[in-house]
Structure formats: C-alpha cells, structure tokens
Unconditional design. Sequence first.
Length: 381
Amino acid sequence: MTVPPTHIAAPWFARDEYAVRLAKVQASLAQARQDALIAFLPETVTWLTGFFTRGYGTFQCAVIPAAGEPILVCRDVEEYYLDATCIYPGRRLWRDADDPLRIAADAIRHAVGPAAHVGVELSAWPLNAQRHSRLTALLPDLRWTDASDLVATLRLVKSPAEIAYQRRAAAAAAIGMQAGLDAAREGASERDMAAEICAALIRAGSDLPGPGVLSTGERAFHLHGGYADRVLGRGDVVQIEVTPNVRHYHARFMRPGKVGMATDEDHRVVERLIAIQDAAMAAVAPGVPAAVPDRLYREGVLSAGLRDTYTNKTFYSVGLMLAPNGGEHLEAAPGCGWAFEPGMVFHTYVLARGFGMSETIAITADGYERLTNFPRRLFVT
C-alpha cells in the first residue's frame, strides 16, 4: 500500500498512477489521430504530471505528446515545485524578462513539429482569447482541435487513492462544521464564525480554509452568500457550507441552523428536506440515470410546497479542483443524459426556505458511500 505524502511539495500519488493516467490520454490522442494535447487547465497539468504550485495563475501549460513523456512550460521561480512534485523531467522555463508564449510555442514545435494536429483545452480559463490568438500566430501551420473534455471526462471517475484524499477532506469538514455551529451565537458576527471554521479546517488538515457558503438572516435565503460583518440575532436562519480539501481534493456539506430558537414549522421543514434527500440518494447506484434522483428531489420539494420553483442542479461532481473552479463539469438538472458510474464523487444538495442539507457521496459498485458524516438535523445554536 502506498503511503500518502505528508507534505504537499511531493508527488501526491504513486508513479504507476500517473503512468495509467498518461496512457489513457495518449490512447485517446491516438484514436483521434492527434499528435499531442496542449493542456492549460491547472487541474489537468497537476492530474497528469503531478506538478503543483500555488503560482498556477501565471502562464503555464503541459505538452502531452501522443507518445513519450510530457513537457512542462512554466515560470522559472517554480522550479523547486517542479523538482518536488512533477514526475517527468521535461521542462521549458521562462523568466520574467521572456515572452512566455514564445517559449511555449517553441516547446510545442520541438515536441511535435511545426505542422502537427494537436488537441487543445480551449475552455481552460488560463488560455484567454489574447493568448490563443498569439499562439496560433506563432504556430501558423499547426492544426488545432478543441479537446477540452478529454481529461475532464477521465477525471470524473476517481481512483481509490483520490477518494482517500476526499475522505480525509470529509473528516476535516465535520470538524469545521462543528466549529461554525459552536460559534453561531446571538451577538457573534458572521466573521467570528468564519474565523473559527477556517482555523478548524486548517488544523484538521485542509489545504485551504473555506468556509464556503456562510450567511445569516435574509441572505441565508439566497445561495452563495459569503460572511460579512453582520451580527447574529435570535431566531436568525444560519446557512453553513464547509468546503475543505486535502491535496486539493474536495469534500463538502451543508447543515441548517437557527440562532437561539426554532419553531415547530422550522423542524418540520428540515425533516421533510432530509426525507426528500434520503429518497433521492437511495435511488443512486451505478447505471442509474442521474435524471432519476434529480426528479425525486424536484418533485419532493415542489409537492411539499416548500418552493414555487426548483431550478438549481441537484448533483455536481467534485474532485481535484483549483480556484476559480468550484466543481467539475458533470451536473444533474432537468434534461441531463448521463448515468452514475463507480468511482464518481458528487456533492448533492437540497435547499428550501433558507435551509440547506447536503452531502458528498462516492459511487460504489452497488450504491454509494457517504463520505461526509455529520448529524442530519436542524441545529439550534
């Protein structure tokens, strides 16, 4: 059994795992008769080569030839992290006085020639319109094909080692949630809550502090609220989501809260949301169309009269995610046509009347495993 690294500046997986990933990508390139993949998405670069740096916001890319080893293009100040995390030696480094795009074009030309057919992650946020225009001008004879979904699709099914990181993140999530609930007292501020959550998550092993969604009062009725200076009052709704990650593999969950007191109706609403979610998750298994539990969520909420409409997604894939990405591309919403597969991992949630209940689940051979484990109820703080 491979022991996971104790430091983030080390390869996160065994060399064999990276070799399997590379072989899958190269098989896809051969099938598409493409000479290389030019990877710009930071998650793709890290997933395929191991290379990780907090400086991924500066220009970098990986040239993945259809045969042979990848070549990394990045800023020279990242060489320590290349040496520590990347399992492949090929690299082209640019200095701040250089033209990074010219360095990248030279690396691509050297790897596959001036007139190759390459797949490119055109949807990757670091490849903006200006950079794309410049690269195509520097490589006028190269044939470019959009390959944005190639690695993104392969990453949807996680290896056991990847899910192990998500289990560790889920354990940190429970600690962070408890810290947030303990801090949600009348007279405390949202900022106080956030500080306790962040400190708890970091101490519990999360690479980033979160906290994710955190809002109270009126903003709790609207998704994606962040903490502010607002002071909590008795009877306030508290919406908390904790979003820790280990080796940047995410797990997350939400729990509903009320400050100081809750009505019988509040408890009934949350109990109904829990029952709806339990029914939806019970339908999850390999081969089951995602539309099945998605419909159970929507019909359950609407038939209970908890909302007039229900338009948001009910499942989305989570795994290796680097900001600004907050989720993978696979989602469940009306009209989705995909089915669950073993090894997929999802955040699944239900929202109504300011109360949110969610879990991170991994699809198993015969159902699912709930990675997040925390009491499922309305918390009166």
